[in-house]
Design a protein around this ligand. Structure first.
Ligand code: HEC
Length: 116
């Protein structure tokens, strides 16, 4: 009897912990931890945007935030960029960015969009 209760309790706890993690996963699909992620604008963020976004957000673009070609433009649109790539809304007409790239962009924005 005691054993049954213990097993039931363990299962409940496992499910509970599982759900807590799921919720974090839902809010932060790639984990919310940016520890050890030293995202650089020049080495990480800019190349990702050049490769995946500038076809539609290049010079003269009026799509959404418009041009995303340099630090100032990208910084000014940082929160929108973060939301767009985390949700997979952007890049448009393409698969969402790989998780590691989304994390770099998110952590760069969350660390205050340094020009590094
Ligand atoms: C195939 C073209 C295309 C590509 C590629 C593309 N975008 Fe866009 N983007 C658009 C268009 C068009 C809009 C205007 C909103 C709409 O009509 O969906 C837009 C809107 C946006 C917005 C505004 C969203 C909002 O409403 O807050 C952001 C931010 C954005 N894009 C960022 C990006 C980033 C970052 C990438 C690369 C990872 C990217 N886009 C790739 C075409 C594109």
């Amino acid at each position: 009897m005691m054993k049954k209760i213990l097993i039931t309790l363990s299962v409940c706890l496992a499910v509970f912990i599982g759900c807590t993690n799921d919720k974090d996963e839902l809010l932060n699909p790639l984990g919310s931890d940016c520890t050890g992620v030293n995202a650089s604008f020049v080495n990480d963020v800019l190349p990702i945007i050049q490769a995946n976004c500038q076809g539609c957000h290049g010079a003269g673009s009026t799509n959404g935030p418009g041009q995303l070609t340099n630090y100032t433009e990208i910084k000014n649109a940082a929160t929108r960029i973060k939301n767009a790539v985390v949700t997979g809304f952007m890049p448009r007409n393409a698969a969402p960015l790989p998780a590691a790239q989304i994390r770099l962009i998110r952590c760069w924005v969350d660390s205050g969009t340094p020009n590094n």
